[in-house]
Design a protein around this ligand. Sequence first.
Ligand SMILES: [Zn+2]
Length: 311
Amino acid sequence: MHSESSTEGPTGQYESVSCNLCGGTDLATVLPATQRSEAPLEVRFKSSSDEKLHDSLVACRSCGLQFVNPRLRPDVILGGYRDGTDETFVSQASARERTFATALNMIERLAPHRGHILDVGTAAGAFLHVARVRGWTVSGCEPNTWLGGWGKRTYGIDIQPGTLFAQHYADGAFDVVTVWDVLEHTHDPQGFLGECQRVLKPGGLLVVNVPDIGSWLARLMGRHWLMLLSTHLYYFTRQTLGQMLQRVGFQVVRMKPHVQWLELGYVIKRGGPVGGGVVRVAGKLVRGVGAGGLHVPYWVGQTVAISRKQG
Ligand SMILES: [Zn+2]
């Protein structure tokens, strides 16, 4: 059990919210809060952060959407994203490029005309790099100053600093919008998806992935699921994600498991806190034979949804 003072937060940086999908206020606790983190915000909100969720997870009794409540205020969170450096995240650039090449194969089957693509929360721009090589015109934005700067130097892509809303893109500016590992971090996912819809051309494609709390792996692992992280505010299922997409004017084309490629050494490092001794032994073996840089497929219950803007 947590006390009232832990719900309010010692610093007054917390807020309570209603359901972002249906506006419901009748909320059931799924996982109660545990000991709150003392880590500095720029450490908690790194792209490669793997700090476990400490705040309480609730479910809306009307629509089933699951989210963190109470939670840190949006301005506090955004400050955490803006600052800080992330060498661990960019160390995986080549494996990420492989993930994105696979994703682009899928996108190009549905959007054969290689027009203007926007990647929101592009981090260091690995996706845009792959897309540009394949003939797309690319744009991207990223709140973290350090990651955006790394992408500019490495790929020569002009990554705009700040959030999607800070960019003020024109209506219907893009043929495709991609949102990789971002939606679960936003404080207003429905507003965010609505902005994606606005900047897409009619018939344009939105590609968004989420940690899927309805996936078999999430249900099997329960509170030990790797995606229950302090940086993740929303926990979608295929149903709640599909409902939210429809609500803002998208038609869902398909949903499928989202498999990433990562370096084996990185997977083992991130799995260590959960896998314990077995993972540590595996890590020694992998380093011993020099296989840490090997690319391996990695799936921990992620789902990707491809939708089309109606109209
Ligand atoms: Zn709801």
